[in-house]
Design a protein around this ligand. Structure first.
Ligand code: HEC
Ligand code: HEC
Ligand code: HEC
Length: 128
């Protein structure tokens, strides 16, 4: 007589052993970028918010930075966000004051997406 339960249990264990290394590596290869927010300035913030919503920033920071460069050329130095708060238009003194960990923040996403930015040729990147 066959013991059906034992055979099925054996098959399940076998399937797990065979697929585990594959699933394990698969998860790693797809590991999402994890931009770090643990900078001294952000740690001090009561409400951890960017200058616009996280969703907006994630999707639009490139355009926003472009607008900022444009604005400074036109002599504008103040950005008013969607909640009416004012920020100085500056990559180094605004963005990088909070995101001083450019390697663990900006590069974390850019490297993952193979995006190269040339901004650091001129703008000083704070060492982290
Ligand atoms: C006052 C501090 C502060 C300033 C200034 C600031 N940020 Fe942020 N930023 C944050 C915080 C805090 C978060 C996380 C927000 C959240 O989780 O809701 C964030 C989130 C982001 C994100 C989304 C990250 C993600 O995981 O999706 C991007 C992109 C970003 N910031 C870029 C910028 C850029 C570019 C500038 C300048 C134009 C800037 N930030 C200015 C504090 C700041
Ligand atoms: C949540 C992930 C994420 C974070 C954090 C992030 N970026 Fe980006 N960034 C992207 C992606 C994705 C693109 C490419 C978008 C595209 O090609 O449309 C991009 C594009 C850019 C571009 C335009 C590059 C080009 O040639 O078009 C600039 C400039 C830029 N990021 C600056 C920054 C700076 C400065 C920081 C840190 C303060 C930062 N980003 C943080 C995801 C991120
Ligand atoms: C060839 C050198 C150079 C490169 C490359 C460069 N910038 Fe600039 N950027 C400048 C100069 C010079 C100013 C004017 C500084 C001022 O008037 O305060 C400026 C001003 C700015 C400003 C507004 C003022 C400030 O203090 O931040 C922003 C925002 C900015 N750049 C973002 C960027 C971004 C984003 C990139 C990459 C996509 C970039 N820049 C690449 C030279 C450069």
């Amino acid at each position: 007589m066959y013991d059906g339960n034992k055979i099925i249990t054996g098959l399940i264990i076998f399937a797990c052993l065979v697929t585990f290394p594959f699933l394990y590596n698969f998860g790693k290869a797809n590991a999402k970028p994890d931009p770090k927010l643990d900078t001294p300035v952000i740690q001090q913030m009561k409400e951890k918010r960017c200058i616009e919503t996280k969703e907006f920033m994630r999707a639009n920071h490139m355009q926003l930075l472009d607008e900022w460069r444009e604005a400074v050329r036109d002599g504008k130095r103040v950005y008013v966000n969607s909640s009416g708060e004012s920020y100085k238009i500056s990559l180094q003194n605004t963005c990088l004051k909070c995101h001083s960990n450019t390697k663990e923040f900006c590069d974390e996403c850019h490297d993952y997406m193979s995006v190269k930015i040339y901004c650091w040729d001129c703008h000083i990147r704070v060492k982290s």
